[in-house]
Ligand binder design. Sequence first.
Ligand SMILES: NC(=O)c1ccc[n+]([C@@H]2O[C@H](COP(=O)([O-])OP(=O)(O)OC[C@H]3O[C@@H](n4cnc5c(N)ncnc54)[C@H](OP(=O)(O)O)[C@@H]3O)[C@@H](O)[C@H]2O)c1
Length: 251
Amino acid sequence: MITGASAGIGRATALAFARQGAHVAAIARRAERLEALQAEAADAEGEIMPIAADVTRAGEMQQAVAAVMARWGRLDVLVANAGVGHRGAVVDADWADLETVLRTNIDGVLHSIRAAVPAIRSGGRGGHVILISSISAAAPAPYAAVYGASKSFVNGLARALRYELIDDNIWVTTFLVGQTHSEFAQARLGRPGRVAGKLPTMQAETVARRIVWASRRRKRTVVLRLIDRVFILGAALTPGLMDRLQKAIYK
Ligand SMILES: NC(=O)c1ccc[n+]([C@@H]2O[C@H](COP(=O)([O-])OP(=O)(O)OC[C@H]3O[C@@H](n4cnc5c(N)ncnc54)[C@H](OP(=O)(O)O)[C@@H]3O)[C@@H](O)[C@H]2O)c1
């Protein structure tokens, strides 16, 4: 089950899993996008079931899992990927925008986990919860503070959730994703414009391949690129230098 499957990383991940033979529940609000995705996977070894649902609504996520169980009778992997970005100063930003970021990136992840884990657990075979976070959690950027903090929530949640699920043989992996080509920049709330245009950008398919790879391994955290590791290590080891760099990059 993949949330945020109508665009970008989630869409590429749904296709990658289906091409490996998986049965994929593709979740997002835009039903027509999901139907197009299902058609695109028509000759894949696996299949895609589109489910229109909003991750901010607990009841819709419960219904989505019920639809998966009714169709396939099991759920093995959750990829909690749906998310929205925000740009703007903490003090000046519209509260409605900040609330959307918090409801989607925090509540949405919780609703996805709380709906999916009982179904994974009921199979008795174990499984995997993959949470899509960001390097912004570890290397917070100015004017993306609330977004970065929402991803810090995901990182913190994952660390403790891992202990809660380990006895059920359900593994938790966090992806600290760096800048990736997707619809993220267009969908981002707050001020328009480029945030970090000079940083190298990955293809969504690259992230998707690693998510499929990680779903078969017991990784705690995945950072895809050297440059992202440098950012994360820089923020931890040389915070003063990183502050100056971030201030220069983000305007
Ligand atoms: N792109 C990057 O540079 C980057 C970097 C670091 C981390 N990430 C993270 O990667 C994840 C995927 O982002 P992306 O780059 O693929 O962005 P994207 O192309 O904008 O895709 C976002 C997806 O989330 C879905 N979504 C948003 N709000 C939703 C809601 N309330 N209910 C259900 N689905 C919802 C959207 O579908 P609908 O609008 O159809 O609902 C869409 O499918 C996010 O968590 C993001 O924070 C991205």
